[in-house]
Design a protein around this ligand. Structure first.
Ligand code: PA5
Length: 435
């Protein structure tokens, strides 16, 4: 039984039952293409069976390394960009929400190498201060500019603080098993290494060492995360169209797209879901946005953005579809108390928990947006747990593969990402890049 579900009761007339039924064959065929590996990009579908077919020896090493990081350090700096950092950050911010270390964790996870800002790098170094820290540098290619530069900076800091051997004992490199500059460096310096499998691209890699090491170091249960992914895999591969939430999500968003809804907004009502949306945007944006096609993935944090983006969603150009992630909030209740005089006019809510107000805002917004011409899908999460998150990750990945094949693109390449790099390398004077 899955702890995530898809609620299709807010489609209004944007995709009727008959149209959806007509898409069943096409959706099933896209799933077959994905699962039997007969489609374009089939050499990057290792993630489909990953929840049951992963390297158990490496998994045990990940847990041991995470325990070592927690015993040696108060801070872990995760260096990576795109698919080499978003999954870990999404998981950690969801599972360990809060300020600073987040609840239930005594290790603070910080992120570097996901941009090129000098100010941010200085701020990060100052924030670590005199605390003990370790580094997990993650890059499949081993040559990406942003993490490579950040790694030079933090490697120097570690070596200054702990000496060369002491630094090497605190550096963990996650990269290709045999190739690339990072692999060469890691072997030469004696860093412990973890592998990004050849057949898994960055944006599908959260359940490999790429995501698992930082997630485990943050104190999260990666066995439960994998169990969740296993349950989702079983459901997504086994269930028919009527009950298969990945296939229905893929079919519905393609149905909306064909009806002129070119932008999908992923909405949440809890700030801890912000980075899930960032991860999702990369997954869907890089997988589908090509050959001059594809749904543009956007996101909003609500109710915050109702006060900034709400006007457009309700009333702007009608090119939007919306998918809401509804997390059942189990945290300690905050109950609104009665106040004498009722000067702020809130006594009508006295005795009601804040959760009730948030849920009412969500229900009211879904209704308003649907009536305003934005079809809504709702993905419910039964709780904030590793198992539920494992299901959500796998669900989104599987639906993305199916959806990409329905759209007619290769969901596993990203040729467009290279263009900015060529220009940047030329401007930086990298050997081999000329005007
Ligand atoms: O999904 C992808 O392939 C990208 O987002 C990469 O993960 C990102 O560009 C980082 O690449 P690398 O891991 O090679 O440093």
């Amino acid at each position: 039984m899955l702890k995530i579900a898809l609620d299709e009761s807010h489609l209004a007339s944007f995709c009727d039952a008959q149209t959806l039924r007509h898409m069943e064959k096409e959706t099933l065929s896209a799933r077959e293409t994905l699962v039997d590996g007969s489609g374009e990009g089939n050499d990057f579908t290792g993630w489909v069976n990953l929840p049951v077919d992963y390297d158990k020896e490496e998994f045990a090493r990940i847990k041991a390394a995470a325990a070592k990081i927690r015993s040696q350090s108060q801070v872990l700096v995760v260096i990576g960009i795109g698919g080499s950092y978003l999954g870990a950050r999404a998981a950690i911010e969801f599972l360990r929400p809060g300020f600073g270390c987040g609840s239930g964790s005594d290790l603070e996870v910080l992120y570097a190498g996901n941009q090129l800002s000098t100010a941010y790098t200085n701020y990060l170094i100052n924030h670590i201060g005199g605390r003990d820290f370790s580094v997990n540098v993650i890059s499949k290619s081993g040559t990406t500019t942003e993490p490579a530069i950040a790694f030079r900076v933090f490697k120097d800091l570690l070596e200054e603080k702990y000496g060369k051997a002491g630094a090497a004992d605190r550096i963990y490199a996650t990269t290709d098993k045999a190739r690339g500059a990072l692999k060469t460096l890691a072997d030469a310096e004696g860093y412990e290494t973890f592998v990004v499998p050849d057949d898994i691209g960055g944006r599908y890699s959260v359940l490999t060492a790429v995501g698992l090491l930082p997630i485990a170091a943050a104190g999260c249960d990666i066995d439960a995360l994998m169990r969740g992914a296993q349950a989702a895999r079983e459901a997504m591969l086994g269930e028919g169209f009527e009950s298969n939430m990945a296939m229905r999500y893929a079919a519905l968003r393609n149905c909306f797209y064909r009806g002129g809804k070119k932008v999908e907004i992923l909405a949440n009502y809890d700030p801890s879901l912000h980075y899930i949306a960032e991860w999702w945007k990369q997954l869907y944006g890089e997988s589908e946005g090509k050959d001059k096609m594809g749904i543009f993935p956007a996101s909003v944090d609500l109710t915050t953005d109702l006060h900034s983006m709400g006007q457009y969603i309700q009333d702007g150009e009608r090119m939007l579809m919306e998918t809401v992630i509804d997390l059942k909030d189990e945290s300690a209740p905050i109950v609104i108390r009665e106040e004498e005089g009722d000067l702020d006019g809130l006594n009508y809510l006295a005795g009601k928990p804040l959760t009730f107000v948030n849920e009412s805002a969500m229900k009211g917004t879904i209704l308003a947006h649907t009536e305003g011409g934005v079809p809504n899908l709702v993905i419910t999460l039964a709780d904030r747990s590793e198992e539920t998150l494992g299901q959500l990750f796998y669900f989104f990945e599987f639906a993305c593969g199916v959806s990409g094949y329905m759209l007619g693109v290769n969901p596993f390449n990203q040729p467009g990402v290279e263009s900015y790099k060529k220009n940047m390398f030329m401007l930086l004077g990298k050997p081999g890049y000329t005007k």
